[in-house]
Design a protein around this ligand. Structure first.
Ligand SMILES: Cc1ncc(COP(=O)(O)O)c(C=O)c1O
Length: 390
């Protein structure tokens, strides 16, 4: 048996560069990591108690593959109240984290050879999923427009690929890795171009509850018939390891996504589904305290980077800052990040996997102490190369 006889779409996709880099630097026992997008908060107590109660109540049987009715009802109400989603329980599938929701959606919406627009910088999973599904990823550089996709960029990208049928786009709002957040006007402006070109919008709103001083809007408000929303509790309720997400979509297509999901995973763990009901019925304010702390950390980091003369995309949501590597420093993001890890025991994520090889992503889902260590390391490095702002 030869490895190269295996599925070429899997062979050609690389393991997540983010995980590989994080793993690599984790060998250092003293490393301070601001690498992964992992809330440093515990799951709220009432959700933990609900999970324990679910175990004790022997809720251990196969749930319905779409997810239990109570959870889909709760998700319908919760996200309507939070963001104005208009989806009934039979338009919602409960998934194993947002990731499985993305995977089932990619698999269902597209045919091999279809083009998918990915505004850059982007969460690298989209490109990997495009590859696994034999799609043609069309990367659109949005750095000139504050990392917000514009209608002109969409029409230009379509015109530049006359041989590709563009059938999808991913909008990540708020964005990983930049923290950019679309305004209502910016989203509404995109609707005609998506409608006229029959483009499915995969709207990844996993950071929707984490915005600072601005409101989160959903494209589904204007284009529900062509939008699939991905959301979940990983970030809002610090439940990354529990693996629970949701896909919202129009009747008809959501039934097809549910099938793709069923044959991949059946359904998320029963106990987690019951705990998630608690999160959505009594945890409407769980994110508020975390959001406040994230905002303070964001302010600390932006002020610190300003003092160092480092430039970045203004972060209004999620918990990341995407900053350019200062000119005087080593410009290759992997080499520079490795240097910071080795010299100062501080792990920052190289920007290359997100589409900018001369940038770093700093996650502030990490303690103040860790943030101070990161700023300290950058300060020392800039002093070393003689590039400290006057
Ligand atoms: C933009 C974005 N979408 C989806 C995910 C995956 O979420 P989950 O852990 O629920 O699968 C992440 C995780 O970092 C993310 O940043």
């Amino acid at each position: 048996m030869e490895i190269n006889e295996l599925n070429p779409d899997i062979l050609s996709v690389k393991p997540s560069a983010l995980r590989v880099f994080d793993h690599e630097i984790s060998e250092d026992p003293d490393i301070v990591k601001l690498t992964l997008g992992e809330p440093d908060f515990n799951v709220p107590e009432h959700i933990k108690q609900a999970a324990i109660a679910s175990i004790n109540a022997n809720q251990s049987h196969y749930p319905f593959y779409w997810g239990i009715q109570e959870l889909r009802d709760a998700a319908s109400t919760y996200y309507r109240d939070k963001f104005g989603y208009q989806y009934t329980a039979d338009q919602i599938v409960c998934t194993v984290g947002a990731t499985e929701g993305l995977s089932a959606t990619f698999k269902t919406l597209f045919r091999p050879g279809d083009g998918i627009l990915i505004p850059m910088p982007a969460y690298p999973v989209y490109k990997a999923m495009a590859g696994i599904n034999q799609l043609v990823p069309i990367m659109i550089d949005t750095t000139d427009t504050d990392c917000v996709l514009t209608p002109k960029q969409v029409t230009d990208a379509i015109a530049a690929h006359p041989d590709v049928t563009v059938r999808g786009v991913v909008i990540t709002d708020p964005s990983n890795p930049t923290g950019a957040v679309y305004t209502e006007e910016q989203l509404a402006a995109l609707v005609p171009v998506f409608r006229d070109n029959n483009i499915w919008v995969i709207s990844d709103e996993i950071y929707g509850e984490l915005t600072y001083g601005v409101k989160h809007y959903t494209l589904s408000k204007w284009l529900p018939e062509q939008t699939i929303i991905i959301n979940g509790l990983s970030k809002s309720h610090a439940m990354t390891g529990w693996r629970i997400g949701f896909v919202f979509g129009p009747a008809g297509v959501i039934d097809q996504i549910a099938k793709a999901h069923q044959f991949e995973v059946t359904t998320p763990t029963s106990i987690v589904q019951y705990a998630a009901v608690e999160a959505l019925t009594h945890g409407q304010n769980d994110a508020a305290a975390m959001r406040k702390i994230y905002e303070q950390r964001r302010d600390y980091l932006t002020q610190s980077l300003d003092k160092l003369g480092m430039t970045y995309v203004a972060p209004k949501g999620a918990f990341y800052i995407f900053t350019k590597i200062p000119e005087q420093c080593e410009q290759d993001s992997f080499t520079f990040a490795r240097h910071l890890a080795k010299t100062y025991h501080v792990g920052l994520m190289p920007g290359a996997p997100f589409g900018d090889p001369q940038a770093l992503r700093i996650s502030y889902a990490s303690s103040n102490e860790n943030l101070h260590a990161a700023v300290d390391a950058l300060t020392k490095e800039l002093a070393r190369v003689g590039s400290l702002a006057k």
